[in-house]
Design a protein around this ligand. Structure first.
Ligand SMILES: Nc1nc2c(c(=O)[nH]1)N[C@H]1C(S)=C(S)[C@@H](COP(=O)(O)OP(=O)(O)OC[C@H]3O[C@@H](n4cnc5c(=O)[nH]c(N)nc54)[C@H](O)[C@@H]3O)O[C@H]1N2
Ligand SMILES: Nc1nc2c(c(=O)[nH]1)N[C@H]1C(S)=C(S)[C@@H](COP(=O)(O)OP(=O)(O)OC[C@H]3O[C@@H](n4cnc5c(=O)[nH]c(N)nc54)[C@H](O)[C@@H]3O)O[C@H]1N2
Ligand code: SF4
Ligand SMILES: [Mo]
Length: 877
């Protein structure tokens, strides 16, 4: 791929993280880096970025990049490697049939990559064994949409959030996971008083600014929305005209009338208030995300929500509708190309012979399977059982993110032949692969993505891919050619692939399906280069909204309400496992941290894996704040820092999903998650496993900073980037007998000059290593959790630091505390001090004094929480 000199100018692209799909302006900074700012013209963000988008420039360096193909850990040339992969797949298919191979792909791939993957597997290999991490993400929504609408269409648009009078956020931590949308919601509230309700078992950052928080019991959403449907019916709030177009109204209402409030655990006055707000505001948008989808009743939860909108006709009209916000940047594109094992292409159905024949003839393909392939959880089970003998994982890290992740990792390791395409070899999945294919990363490759509101945007290369890295579509086209289809996969670049995909969507449009972008099928290379964000459908019969007229894509054209009833999460409590384990995301990390973890700014917010536990439970179990807790489930165990907080309910704990064998081996939370799935969507229940919690019997705790990467081998460790190098939290059951030797091996500094204070009787030690005047590394250890000025210490490696061993900052350099505002690097202590000494009363006043919260705004809910905390303190005194 050539990247011409004209590209040195500012380039428009799209953020590679979440499904908001913010537009970005990129410029090479001349020093090998990329400068990033929000695109004021992009309809998703109008110039805004969140903390992750704003820090993209810190994540595009070459550190850790996979730069050449590898076979069994040895670098090899492309030709040799591709021939090997093609040969192994061909031979496996010849010996064991097409269903003995599988692709596991990702909602982060570009549409063009995804299209080629789907075509190669479903059209040419002739199996439907291609599934995607969207199975862990959006599958329940896809299934719910198809049950209600006959197709997988997201009816909402971002503008609806501004037009709505009531926004209900269900199982969505929008403030942390779709921060720019959250800001749009808060701006609408400021402008016109939009009401906000949050339905989440936890009190999250999203509750800041909410008018009502419903802390329902984990997994009880169907009961809550059935109660709402019953209230709609009893209050006569249904839309008589609209429901003429709806099948199943009576049956759904009958089921709803039988619903009880008990499973929700909510006070009846809260439920009544919620229903009153819903009935009282015609313009209501229900935004929902993983608290809904990642459930063994995920599809029913989706339909319980859709039922309320269908009953009231509040759908597809400005300011109203159900709105599933997608997680990954191209979750929608993957659904469009048919990347799920039970879809065909362009929203066509595998089970439909007419669709199959049309796709087969369009592709001129030897075979199109007539039955669905293995869904993600089943796929890795088949790998474990040896039924899948050749596996290709692209752009995902399933050894970390699939439920029962330890078993998944073992299965990948034991598979006869595993190929992994990634930008780095340092992932828990890549470590188990036979073949590694180096992928071109964001900022080096071109294509399109579709965001949550169906807007297609371009990602554009701003520089050439390093080493031998090549775009994902190229990997697959090469394999397709070498497997025997040279003409079919002879693509010149993403524009050609896009045109083919757009033309195929015209066939779908001909069947009367929703996804039709055939208006772009004739796009020239230069128009593709210039393509501005556009919302589909883009066809000759240009449409705008869906479903306002009550017409669906079911045979007969009527919408469907689906009768649903609450059922408990799949994993049942046993006396040994009395807690429910809820999992999810933090503000500044992206999934398994292979990119966001490279940014010191983003790593400063929450630097180690943790478990949130209610104070009453912590007291009973004798788990003190900041000590470590051991969390076990039938499938795995973890050691996590205890965050004692009443933001979670008694009997439940919450842990983030981001830590891996590379960053905190005992923090791999999916090792504990049960592989229970929704019977319809196949989506795993990532948020309601059962577990036990106990104190971790730590014999010592340690904290270390270092200029080079430390390699701990202790029972617990968590490593994070800093501007000066690394910081590590460490703990273990038995203190080392030789602290000096332990520290030297931790930092791999066998010879360096050391300065140390060791107290063997207390089990405490402080050791610093110097090179001349410069601090190389320092470690602080003791029998209790250490009260150190961590953020101050993290800045010391590489500098002259004569007082490092004190563990404290000099009086004229106060410790800023954990970074809250990552844009301006403002710490918690700095903000608390300013609140106290300057009497600051509002988020705005803190912004004016310290700049905190004035750029991307992602930390504003946390600043508000600090104000609250300070306020509470005053009241208590
Ligand atoms: N910072 C950051 N942002 C991201 C990502 C990231 O990794 N980091 N990933 C992106 C991706 S791929 C996705 S899918 C989205 C996910 O975005 P979200 O779905 O908003 O994020 P989660 O934290 O997974 O889960 C949301 C909430 O669901 C709640 N929940 C758990 N169980 C239930 C339940 O039974 N009912 C209800 N009502 N709520 C429940 C949890 O307490 C949690 O607060 O985020 C995207 N954005
Ligand atoms: N317990 C629990 N588990 C969960 C969830 C949860 O809420 N709780 N959420 C689930 C959800 S919603 C999701 S979406 C998944 C996400 O899970 P994954 O997709 O497994 O996580 P990522 O870290 O995003 O993995 C992306 C991989 O692609 C690599 N990569 C980056 N750029 C490129 C590129 O251009 N090309 C290629 N080939 N590779 C690239 C990255 O280095 C990384 O290894 O996790 C799921 N797992
Ligand atoms: S909200 Fe943040 S992570 Fe999501 S697309 Fe926008 S800048 Fe990227
Ligand atoms: Mo996701």
């Amino acid at each position: 791929m050539s990247v011409g000199p004209e590209i040195a100018a500012e380039v428009r692209s799209t953020c590679p993280y979440c499904g908001v799909g913010c537009g970005i302006l990129l410029r090479q900074d001349g020093a090998g880096g990329v400068a990033v700012k929000g695109d004021p013209e992009h309809p998703a963000n109008r110039g805004r970025l969140c903390s992750k988008g704003a820090a993209l420039g810190e994540t595009v360096g070459l550190e850790g990049r996979l730069l050449a193909p590898q076979v069994n850990g040895q670098e090899r040339g492309w030709d040799e490697t591709l021939d090997l992969v093609a040969h192994r797949f061909r031979r496996t298919i010849a010996d064991h049939g097409p269903d003995s191979v599988a692709f596991y792909v990702s909602g982060q791939m570009l549409t063009e990559d995804y299209y080629v993957a789907n075509k190669l597997m479903k059209g040419f290999i002739g199996s439907a064994n291609i599934d995607t991490n969207s199975r862990l993400c959006m599958a329940s929504t896809v299934a719910g949409h198809r049950r209600a609408f006959g197709t997988d269409t997201v009816p909402g648009t971002y503008e609806d959030l501004e037009e709505a009078d009531l926004i209900v956020l269900v199982g969505s931590n929008l403030a942390w996971c779709h921060p720019v949308l959250h800001q749009r919601v808060l701006a609408a509230k400021a402008a016109k008083g939009t009401k906000i309700v949050v339905v989440d078992p936890r009190r999250t950052a999203t509750c800041d600014g909410a008018d009502l928080h419903l802390p329902l019991a984990l997994g009880s959403d169907v009961a809550l929305f059935n109660l709402l449907l019953a209230a709609i019916y009893e209050g006569g709030a249904f839309d008589r005209d609209y429901i003429r177009q709806v099948e199943g109204f009576d049956a759904a209402v009958t089921k709803a009338m039988a619903a009880s409030a008990e499973p929700t655990g909510l006070r009846s006055d809260l439920i009544a208030r919620f229903c009153k707000m819903w009935l009282g505001h015609e313009k209501v948008v229900t935004v929902y995300s993983q608290g809904v989808n990642q459930s063994s009743a995920g599809t029913d939860k989706v339909n319980a929500i859709l039922n309320c909108h269908l009953a009231t006709g509040r759908i597809g009209k400005p300011g109203m509708g159900p709105f599933s916000v997608t997680g990954q940047p191209n979750a929608m594109g993957g659904r469009e190309v048919g990347g799920l094992a039970n879809m065909l292409a362009c929203h066509m159905a595998l089970e439909d012979p007419g669709h199959r024949a049309a796709v087969r003839s369009f592709w001129d393909a030897p075979a199109v399977p007539d039955r669905p392939g293995l869904k993600a959880v089943e796929m890795f089970r088949a790998v474990a059982e040896g039924r899948i003998k050749a596996l290709w994982v692209m752009h995902s890290n399933p050894a970390v993110t699939l439920p029962e992740a330890d078993a998944v990792q073992d299965a990948i390791a034991a598979c006869d032949f595993t190929v992994v395409s990634d930008i780095t070899a340092e992932t828990d999945t890549a470590r188990e692969a036979h073949v590694l294919l180096p992928a071109a990363a964001w900022s080096e490759k071109s294509g399109t993505v579709t965001n949550s509101d169906r807007t297609i945007s371009r990602q554009r290369a701003v520089r050439a891919a390093p080493g031998q890295a090549r775009p994902d579509w190229w990997h697959m086209a090469e394999i397709g050619r070498r497997m025997g289809w040279p003409r079919t996969f002879d693509y010149s670049g993403p524009a050609e692939i896009f045109r083919e995909h757009a033309a195929l969507s015209g066939i779908a449009g001909g069947f009367g399906l929703d996804f039709d972008i055939s208006g772009l099928a004739g796009i020239s290379d230069s128009d593709y280069d210039r393509l501005a964000p556009v919302r589909w459908p883009v066809a000759s019969r240009q449409g705008g909204r869906f479903f306002a007229d009550g017409r669906s894509f079911h045979p007969g054209g009527r919408m469907r309400m689906v009768p649903v009833a609450w059922r408990a999460p799949a994993a049942r409590h046993a006396p040994r496992f009395p807690f429910r384990l809820n999992t999810g995301r933090i503000r500044d990390q992206w999934h398994t941290m292979t990119r966001s973890g490279l940014s010191p700014r983003l790593s400063a917010h929450l630097a180690e894996p943790f478990v949130e536990i209610h104070p009453a439970d912590a007291r009973r179990l004798k788990i003190a704040p900041d000590t470590l807790a051991e969390v076990t489930s039938p499938s795995g165990r973890a050691i996590l820092r205890a965050q004692v907080t009443d933001s979670v309910q008694p009997g439940t704990v919450f842990a983030p999903m981001h830590w891996t064998g590379q960053t905190a081996p005992s923090g791999r939370i999916d090792a504990l998650v049960a592989a229970a799935t929704d019977p319809i969507s196949g989506q795993p229940e990532s948020k309601a496993s059962v577990c036990a919690v106990a104190p971790f019997a730590a014999g010592y705790y340690a904290f270390a900073v270092s200029a080079s990467m430390p390699a701990p081998r202790d029972d617990y460790w968590a490593r994070a980037r800093t501007a000066a190098g690394w910081r590590v939290e460490i703990a273990g059951r038995t203190p080392p007998a030789d602290w000096d030797g332990w520290a030297r091996s931790l930092f791999d500094l066998p010879e360096a000059a050391a300065e140390s204070v060791v107290d063997p009787a207390r089990g405490a030690a402080r050791i610093a290593f110097h090179d001349g005047g410069r601090l190389l590394a320092a470690v602080f250890a003791g029998p209790e959790p250490l009260g150190l000025m961590r953020d101050h210490l993290a800045g010391l490696p590489g500098a002259e630091a004569p007082h490092a061993l004190s563990g404290q900052a000099p009086a004229d350099m106060p410790d800023p505390g954990p970074t809250l505002c990552s844009c301006f690097g403002v710490g918690v202590n700095t903000i608390l001090t300013a609140i106290e000494t300057e009497g600051l009363m509002s988020v705005e006043a803190i912004g004016a004094a310290l700049s905190a919260g004035t750029n991307c705004g992602s930390c504003r809910p946390e600043i508000a929480a600090l104000l609250d905390r300070a306020g509470r303190k005053e009241a208590a005194e």
